[in-house]
Design a protein around this ligand. Structure first.
Ligand SMILES: Nc1ncnc2c1ncn2[C@@H]1O[C@H](COP(=O)(O)OP(=O)(O)OP(=O)(O)O)[C@@H](O)[C@H]1O
Length: 295
């Protein structure tokens, strides 16, 4: 299935939270949704799910507006989480699977499969409130998955997870994408987004400011050169034409190469300080692109 968000706008009183936001997620694609606090990610995801109505614009799944039936096929992990704290993990997941139309036996096997896959099968009889935050989050992911959704919308699924749980979450998302499910998730962990996503959207002030694969976004920024010259004194690179020093410390200097920069002139300047052990071409990271786009 594919997902298309087409020029949605949403106003809360005087605040225009979304201003003609658009993006598409193809089947099998993992889309990373990033933006500062309050940029409009949660609002967008709620509109995709249909728990919030847009003032204008529309959300299409496989080219059709989202109706009740399609909505039931979306797996959603809300930011505010939303499991019943005083209900047992197993009962809760069963309930959610049944609510989405699974038969009793299909629900039971889905609950077993996903709790095992997510490493919480020992906690089926525990109340959600008795679980650590990370385990609650695993259960929350199981809740988004038990009904075999055809679209996945996850609001900050990686926040607060330990590195092992991050790996589990990322493997599950890849697995669902490989089945053809469009996956959209929001995150402030930009290294993770850079690693996991096929495409990324950067939203600021309710508007999509940049959209594309990491490589496409990187092509918008200037190339960089990292120089490792252990005996170079601080400031050695200041004044090299068309270069900007981005970072400096412990003999490593990261330079931005603006149009007209001469890498050989940089190398000569570095050699003038002593030995040069490494010279590495880099592209801006998603975090750097983000700062540039949001600024
Ligand atoms: N129910 C509401 N009533 C009024 N304003 C709201 C409401 N929900 C969200 N907002 C405002 O809309 C804007 C977008 O909020 P939203 O939660 O979509 O941002 P976000 O990108 O998900 O942020 P974060 O990264 O902090 O979760 C914010 O300015 C927020 O204060």
């Amino acid at each position: 299935m594919s997902l298309k968000v087409d020029r949605i706008s949403k106003r809360y009183g005087d605040l225009l939270a979304l201003n003609e936001t658009s993006f598409e997620v193809a089947d099998g694609e993992i889309f990373g949704f990033v933006g500062s606090n309050g940029a409009g990610k949660t609002t967008t995801m709620r509109i995709v799910l249909g728990v919030l109505a847009a003032d204008s614009g529309e959300v299409l799944v496989d080219g059709h507006p989202v109706d009740l039936d399609t909505r039931r096929r979306i797996g959603y992990m809300p930011e505010e989480r939303g499991l019943y704290p005083k209900m047992k993990v197993g009962d809760q997941l069963n309930f959610l699977a049944r609510l989405h139309g699974l038969s009793k036996s299909d629900a039971a096997s889905a609950v077993e499969r996903w709790t095992e896959r997510l490493g919480v099968e020992q906690r089926l009889g525990d109340m959600v409130s008795a679980l650590s935050l990370g385990n609650q989050q695993r259960v929350q992911l199981a809740a988004a998955l038990v009904h075999d959704p055809k679209v996945l919308v996850l609001d900050e699924p990686f926040s607060g997870l330990d590195p092992v749980a991050v790996d589990v979450m990322s493997a599950v998302l890849k697995e669902k994408a490989a089945e053809g499910v469009p996956v959209i998730f929001s995150s402030h962990q930009l290294e993770l987004v850079e690693r996991e996503c096929d495409r990324v959207g950067i939203i600021a002030g309710g508007r999509m400011r940049a959209l594309g694969s990491i490589t496409e976004l990187q092509a918008r920024g200037n190339p960089q050169l990292e120089v490792f010259a252990p005996s170079a004194p601080p400031g050695w690179a200041a004044g090299i034409p068309n270069t900007v020093v981005l970072q400096e410390g412990k003999g490593r200097t990261l330079l931005e190469l603006q149009p007209g920069a001469d890498d050989q002139a940089i190398l000569r300047a570095a050699l003038a300080t002593g030995p040069v052990h490494q010279l590495i071409s880099r592209r801006p990271s998603l975090a750097e692109l983000f700062r540039e786009v949001v600024a």
